[in-house]
Design a protein around this ligand. Structure first.
Ligand code: IVH
Length: 698
């Protein structure tokens, strides 16, 4: 065998193997080899084709990475015109009934004749493509164009690994396959994220992204875009004994190795069609790609033939739409809303449009970062999306329809850095997309959330003060800030007993619980303030470090940074919160209403038995609750941390301890049971403790 013969055989074997792997991976969703092995085979084939250019062929998988760019897409006349399809705009069941009625009349069926059998499938929201296979090899791919002439996108389509370059089985000499090129929603999100990160154009929706990606002059760009494909029909066919029905044609296309969507069925009469329409509507949100309706086709091909066409539309098929999820409208203005967490959200005021089945006049713009990314300006035409129960959003502006230069929108400037709800300052951290109101304790938009947090079990713990009561107290204007809870002119037996679903007894209990909560700890109090990024642990660190509320309130950035685990981000959140006079007023009022133990910072219990030690709690202890154990450990100067690492000093394990205990054993960390912990903490033993003695199970 000569060198070229050897190469030829190897090239054929490599192509066959790569094709099998592509089919398994892209069509069957069942990968057969690891990526690295695939890459090795691919590179070997590329090397052989470079060494022997005469072995190059139109069905080589190496073409999938994109060939050389062209200066324009060439025109391709379609052997059979690519027709459009009649759209049934009545989105109710009546849409299916009207179509069935037209079909029955055209076929001259009497009322007593059995139901017509249809093939029902999804209407994919992408762009139509014609794939021409000759002797089973993909030789040309063309867009629909005007229906008679399309654009040649062959090199681009060869980069789609879901589209076979060579059909499997025994395909006919000429087979044109028609279908839809589309982009999955998750692929679209990822593509847009990477486009934005690279400062490149972002797309408004998956369909535009698919069209833009396919109609590239440089196929290497298409190769990098995540395009998908479903086959749904035929163009020119020669030398094939066609199956008798459309359903079976699709089965045959799947057997040739083409992707055919699994969501299709044979449906009997208008009831069967309407059921499919409803079933797919229910599935719509869960599908990984966009559809804008379903398509019904008379299943028998001989009946299709008999029905024929009217004005370039087949009589045997119809698209039955769903309410559009995306429409264009005018952006009249931008309002702002303050959320429960203080996030200041820009909201688009729109010229009313019907989208996703309802009339929409407002849609979220999310935040300043999104406004910038989508380049949305007041006065623009924008695309509004409402899918399922999701809040309507502005997905982008239509820059081409901007008639004159419009100013960029700056949220902070528009509100003059002041919260429209409470007049507190609004800040946007560096590298943060979201702007926030700093009046956490005072702002009416945030007060329900603030009250619930303050009264929470891990904060000052007002037993029985839940969402329902907070809602009533706030809505009736009785309480606005946590300090109001302790004001007996506002909250008293009479007022509480007057609330819905509150008897005399529960009112008395709640009042008692509010009074009990006056006795708290500084750590709980600080946590209860609800400062952004100040969780329970940080609040404890702050309380221990500063000892007195006064010291904490006076701390500057440098002082805050001295606290263990407080970094610049947390420090700024604290400073922003305390800089707000409204918050200071509420804190002052609370200071008068409540009491907690204060210590001088010097008297911090640094010298406890667990001073500076990191302890992990796992499993349930026989007598101590998790909170009690934490309190004991912290009182002894230790810190309870969540996960076991080399830096962990002790693991306290109870029953049903799982992976944390295992990990501690692997790392050789000292493990204690509850008794061990107690002995470690009792001063007599602590003196003598060397840890080892306290080990259990060792
Ligand atoms: S059949 C002669 N089936 O909808 C009938 N079209 O005007 C040819 N489409 O842009 C179309 N999903 O690309 C058919 N399951 C489906 C479809 C589908 C989407 C698109 C098609 C064309 C438009 C029809």
């Amino acid at each position: 065998m000569t060198a070229i013969e050897g190469a030829r055989a190897r090239v054929a074997a490599l192509r066959a193997e790569l094709e099998r792997h592509d089919h398994a991976y892209y069509v069957l969703d069942a990968p057969t080899v690891p990526d690295a092995e695939y890459d090795r085979l691919f590179q070997e084939l590329q090397a052989l084709e470079t060494a022997y250019p005469e072995l190059q062929s139109p069905d080589s998988p190496t073409l999938r990475v994109g060939g050389r760019p062209s200066s324009e897409l060439a025109a391709v006349p379609h052997a059979l015109p690519m027709l459009s399809i009649h759209t049934e705009t009545d989105t109710t069941d009546q849409g299916a009934a009207s179509f069935d009625g037209r079909v029955r009349r055209a076929l001259g069926l009497s009322e007593s004749a059995p139901p017509v059998v249809y093939a029902a499938e999804l209407k994919f929201d992408g762009l139509a493509i014609n794939l021409r296979y000759e002797q089973g090899v993909l030789v040309q791919a063309a867009t629909r164009g005007d229906g008679s002439t399309g654009e040649d996108v062959t090199p681009n389509v060869r980069t789609l690994r879901r589209i076979p370059l060579r059909l499997r089985g025994a395909p006919p000499p000429v087979l044109e396959v028609r279908g839809e090129i589309y982009m999955r929603r998750d692929d679209f999100q990822r593509l847009n994220a990477s486009q934005a990160a690279a400062g490149q154009k972002v797309f408004v929706n998956p369909r535009n992204a698919a069209a833009g990606s396919l109609r590239q002059l440089d196929p290497a760009i298409t190769a990098k875009r995540p395009l998908s494909f479903f086959a749904y029909g035929l163009g020119e066919v020669k030398g094939w004994a066609m199956p008798p029905s459309h359903s079976e044609v699709l089965d045959a296309l799947a057997a040739f190795g083409l992707p055919v969507c699994e969501h299709r069925c044979r449906a009997d009469g208008p009831e069967g069609l309407a059921r499919f329409h409803r079933d797919m509507a229910a599935l719509r949100e869960a599908l990984p790609f966009d559809i804008d309706g379903v398509v019904y086709k008379v299943d028998r091909l001989d009946l299709q033939q008999a029905l024929g066409f009217v004005s370039r539309e087949p009589r045997w098929a119809v698209a039955h739409k769903y309410p559009a999820q995306e429409v264009a409208t005018r952006l009249l203005g931008i309002d702002v809303q303050v959320g429960r967490t203080g996030a200041v959200t820009p909201v688009a005021r729109l010229e009313p449009v019907f989208v996703g089945g309802v009339t929409v006049t407002n849609a979220t713009l999310h935040n300043q970062g999104e406004i910038d990314r989508k380049d949305v300006r007041v006065g623009d035409w924008v695309v509004v999306r409402r899918a399922g129960d999701v809040i309507p959003e502005v997905v982008g502006s239509i820059a081409e329809r901007r008639e004159s230069e419009l100013p960029r929108y700056d949220l902070l400037e528009a509100i003059k850095h002041v919260c429209p709800e409470c007049g507190s300052h609004v800040v946007r951290g560096e590298d943060e997309a979201v702007a926030r109101c700093t009046g956490g304790l005072y702002c009416p938009a945030q007060c329900k959330q603030a009250l619930l947090h303050f009264a929470g079990r891990r904060a000052v713990d007002v037993d029985g003060l839940g969402e329902q009561i907070v809602n009533q107290l706030v809505s009736a204007g009785i309480v606005r800030t946590p300090a109001d809870l302790y004001d007996r002119d506002r909250v008293n037996q009479e007022v509480l007993a007057g609330l819905e679903r509150m008897g005399e007894k529960s009112a008395a209990n709640l009042l008692a619980a509010i009074d009990t909560s006056r006795d708290t700890s500084l750590a709980r109090f600080i946590f209860g303030l609800g400062i952004r990024n100040v969780g329970e642990t940080t609040a404890k660190d702050l309380a221990r470090h500063f000892g007195k509320l006064g010291h904490f309130l006076e701390a500057d950035e440098a002082a805050l940074l001295e606290v263990s685990d407080v970094g610049p981000v947390v420090a700024h959140c604290i400073l922003d919160f305390l800089a707000e006079p409204h918050n200071r007023e509420v804190i002052a009022a609370l200071q008068r209403a409540m009491r907690w133990q204060e210590t001088e910072p010097a008297a911090r219990p640094e010298a406890g038995a667990l001073s500076g030690k990191k302890v992990v709690l796992t499993g349930s202890l026989p007598s101590l609750s998790r909170d009690e154990a934490t309190a004991l450990i912290e009182a002894a100067g230790g810190k309870v941390v969540g996960s076991v690492s080399k830096k962990t000093d002790y693991v306290v394990a109870g029953s049903d301890a799982g992976s944390k205990l295992e990990k501690a054993q692997q790392l050789g960390i000292t493990i204690l049971d509850e008794d061990g912990l107690r002995r470690l903490l009792s001063p007599a033993d602590a003196l003598a403790s060397d840890g080892q003695r306290l080990l259990f199970g060792a």
